[in-house]
Design a protein. Structure first.
Length: 272
């Protein structure tokens, strides 16, 4: 599932109980774990990543932020066969965002994550679909399985002209879309050796192989992501029709009201 946290928390209408044990799998430098900690102050939160450098950054942030104190950050590879022994079991929610698409055999990690779930627990995944922006680029350049480190490309950045060519042919992408991306980003999503951008049916086959059952999916256009990560998500949350319509009306009136409303704190929150 790809969805902002507030939306995820409303998903399970049959059992509206908030998660009590949350595992943030592939937590990077910790942003997602801090967001989970803030949203679920009573939950146990464990967060793991295979890069010790990322975990050190997360722990440093944790020292600087009292609000993030009760998160257990640890270094662990999600594909290790004894993951559940290392990070724990019986998690009723696992969030794993932007990670599986970069793991050579995602099913291996999915099997391990399944071991960490409690019966009926939920695994919320953020994964790339076929519409990922890098798909046409990776198809156009024969680097798909090789992987190129942009730092070893010609220093005069002449290789960027190739990207500009892609932007100009076949309605490839708006000008600068690829060629202005920072090197570290290019190195992963555009030229990295592994990037699974699969359709939902293909992801679903992997879930089944890992013994997981698919509950639902959520996608949003790239341009709407900022809004979806803000308080505006309330507009899209499942709920009775009259509540949703009422919420939409009051928010819409705040968003389109004259300058007085734009200065109100509520309006700023709704706009994110
Ligand atoms: C695009 S980042 C996403 C980080 C974080 N989930 C977020 O949304 O901000 C991908 C992260 O997955 C981590 N990662 C990749 N493969 C992994 C593995 N096998 N085990 C643990 N972490 C992994 C990388 O180190 C990186 O921090």
């Amino acid at each position: 599932m790809v969805a902002p946290l507030p939306w995820l928390l409303t998903l399970d209408q049959e059992s509206p109980r908030l998660p009590r044990r949350v595992f943030v799998a592939g937590c990077g430098t910790g942003a997602e774990a801090f967001a989970v900690r803030a949203a679920l102050p009573a939950a146990t939160v464990v967060a793991a990543n295979f890069s010790p450098a990322s975990i050190r950054v997360a722990q440093q942030t944790q020292r600087d932020q009292p609000a993030g104190k009760r998160i257990r950050f640890m270094t662990a590879d999600l594909t290790r066969h004894d993951l559940a022994n290392v990070v724990g079991r019986s998690f009723d929610q696992i969030v794993c965002h932007g990670v599986l698409s970069y793991i050579p055999k995602p099913v291996v990690a999915l099997r391990q994550l399944a071991q960490c779930l409690s019966p009926g627990g939920r695994l919320c995944l953020g994964v790339n679909g076929t519409a990922h922006f890098s798909t046409p680029l990776r198809r156009a350049f024969p680097v798909r399985r090789l992987g190129i480190d942009p730092s070893v490309l010609p220093r005069d950045r002449s290789w960027q002209r190739l990207l500009q060519l892609q932007e100009n042919i076949d309605g490839g992408a708006p000008q600068g879309f690829f060629s202005d991306l920072p090197d570290w980003y290019m190195g992963g999503d555009c030229f990295g050796p592994v990037l699974h951008s699969l359709d939902l049916a293909a992801w679903n086959r992997l879930f089944r192989r890992a013994g997981l059952y698919f509950r639902g999916s959520f996608g949003t256009h790239r341009a709407l992501r900022t809004a979806m990560a803000s308080a505006a998500t309330a507009l899209f949350m499942p709920g009775p029709r009259d509540t949703v319509a009422g919420g939409a009306r009051s928010r819409a009136s705040r968003l389109v009201s004259p300058p007085v409303a734009r200065q109100a704190p509520g309006a700023a929150t709704a706009l994110g």
